[in-house]
Design a protein around this ligand. Structure first.
Ligand SMILES: Cc1cc2nc3c(=O)[nH]c(=O)nc-3n(C[C@H](O)[C@H](O)[C@H](O)COP(=O)(O)OP(=O)(O)OC[C@H]3O[C@@H](n4cnc5c(N)ncnc54)[C@H](O)[C@@H]3O)c2cc1C
Length: 423
């Protein structure tokens, strides 16, 4: 299996399409990382492992804020953000090179991924100059963690059917309602939160998007206990929350444009970078697992690992091409859904393969036991095809928006939302 390791390493080197400038940047970043960041445990021991500590732990969040500030001071936070908001104004290729170099290090990625890759980018596209100046540099410095308050208990797929309300009162809006599945809400500072400002128009036309300071009175955040014992998400109760009118993103009742844009940014990013939850273990870790189980000569096991290498290489090539195509305006943003579908499939197949390779050890449940990481990563990966919009909804998006096929039938699309029957 030593040969397989070499193949994996070579495939990775060959797939690095740096031009001379990006290559120079990569070398500088590599040296900076070596001097300033700590190598992660996974990189040290190379075993199949994603994480053994909960993401949402107060001390880890504080540590992540420090690391983010260190990246900012060195010019490595917000690589693709414009310089006027504290970014480095570089290309997607620079960002890819930096992520590749940073894989082996302890990075604040988990904590800041949604803020910087989804919500900051959404603010950049749809926010006012004042909103961008107020928040983006603070996000990049690690002073503001943001999250999405999109899903509601009545359903996440039909996001335009949301029933949280916002009514204008002088220079504030008063928000009421319930949100759910908000990742990392317990430790976040701000949220993007759509709410209904008109009920007498069709559902997509009566939504407005707000920036909410999560310390405002009337917000109650309750962690949800998950199957793996962690509490990555929360449910959120909004009772007469007074939000200043200048915290609206875009125009009143045009919030669906912002929601749509946010989702497209999320899908493209998840698909391109592998997303916040992608196991840090890659094919090398599967090879290490295979060796640990003494399966080097087992044809079936070798084939399984090779199949993941192929899938991973295809996803990477697709991600570079589609990511650049969207950035250049050659592809409509809905192609991001295609990337996300591929990424979700890869994550699930890779975690299934690890579980198979781990054999009976893969059902271990005690923290620290061999195989426990495989179980944890497998369970986490099941959520990939739900988070950020389910696989079914992605397929609809791709068929309708990227391929321009007919829209799925909907009885409520043109009716005033107040006349649409609801529970
Ligand atoms: C790991 C993770 C992180 C998340 N983080 C956040 C977060 O930070 N903020 C947030 O707001 N939400 C978050 N969510 C919630 C997520 O966005 C929703 O779970 C998702 O959009 C699906 O909504 P739902 O769970 O209400 O399922 P439903 O919408 O009730 O769907 C149930 C099932 O019906 C199917 N279905 C629904 N409509 C259609 C249709 N038209 N055609 C075909 N099939 C359909 C769906 O595919 C699904 O299988 C997160 C979810 C996960 C798993």
């Amino acid at each position: 299996m030593g040969g397989a390791c070499v193949v994996v390493r070579e495939a990775r080197e060959m797939s690095t399409e740096d031009g001379p400038e990006v290559h120079r940047f990569r070398l500088t970043a590599r040296e900076w990382l070596r001097r300033n960041m700590t190598r992660s445990e996974q990189a040290e021991d190379g075993k199949y492992r994603q994480r053994t500590q909960p993401r949402s732990d107060e001390s880890r969040v504080a540590h992540a804020r420090q690391l983010q500030a260190r990246l900012y001071d060195a010019g490595y936070a917000g690589l693709t953000y414009p310089a006027e908001y504290g970014g480095a104004g570089l290309s997607l290729d620079h960002e890819r090179a930096f992520f590749e170099e940073a894989t082996a290090y302890d990075m604040p990625t988990h904590v800041f991924a949604v803020s910087l890759n989804i919500l900051g980018k959404t603010l950049l596209e749809f926010g006012s100059s004042e909103q961008k100046r107020r928040h983006l540099p603070r996000m990049l410095r690690g002073e503001e963690i943001w999250l999405q308050l999109l899903s509601e208990p009545t359903g996440g797929s039909d996001l335009a059917g949301l029933v949280s309300s916002a009514s204008r009162d002088g220079d504030t809006y008063i928000l009421n309602g319930q949100k759910t599945w908000s990742t990392g809400a317990e430790f976040a500072d701000f949220a993007m939160c759509p709410a209904r400002t008109r009920w007498d128009v069709p559902k997509h036309s009566g939504i407005s998007m707000f920036i909410i300071d999560l310390r405002l009175p009337g917000i109650e955040i309750r962690p949800i206990k998950q199957i793996n014992g962690e509490s990555d998400f929360c449910e959120d109760f909004l009772t007469d929350v007074m939000v200043p009118a200048d915290c609206m993103i875009g125009e009143e009742n045009d919030g669906w444009t912002v929601v749509r844009g946010l989702l497209e940014i999320e899908h493209e990013w998840v698909g391109r970078t592998g997303g916040v939850y992608t196991p840090r273990s890659d094919v090398d870790d599967l090879v290490a697992l295979l060796k640990r189980r003494g399966l080097e000569a087992d044809d079936g096991a070798r084939r399984q690992v090779a199949a993941i290498l192929v899938l991973q290489s295809v996803q990477r090539a697709l991600a570079i091409r589609v990511g650049q195509g969207i950035a250049d305006g050659d592809l409509v943003p809905a192609y991001g859904g295609l990337l996300k579908l591929g990424n979700d499939e890869l994550r699930q197949r890779r975690s299934e393969t690890a579980l198979i390779l781990a054999g009976s050890s893969g059902i271990a449940w005690e923290p620290g036991a061999f195989g426990q990481e495989c179980t944890a990563v497998y369970l986490q990966a099941r959520s990939a095809s739900i988070a950020g919009g389910t696989a079914e909804i992605q397929r609809n998006n791709v068929s309708e928006r990227a391929l321009a096929l007919p829209r799925e039938p909907a009885v409520d699309r043109d009716r005033p939302f107040s006349e649409v029957p609801r529970n």
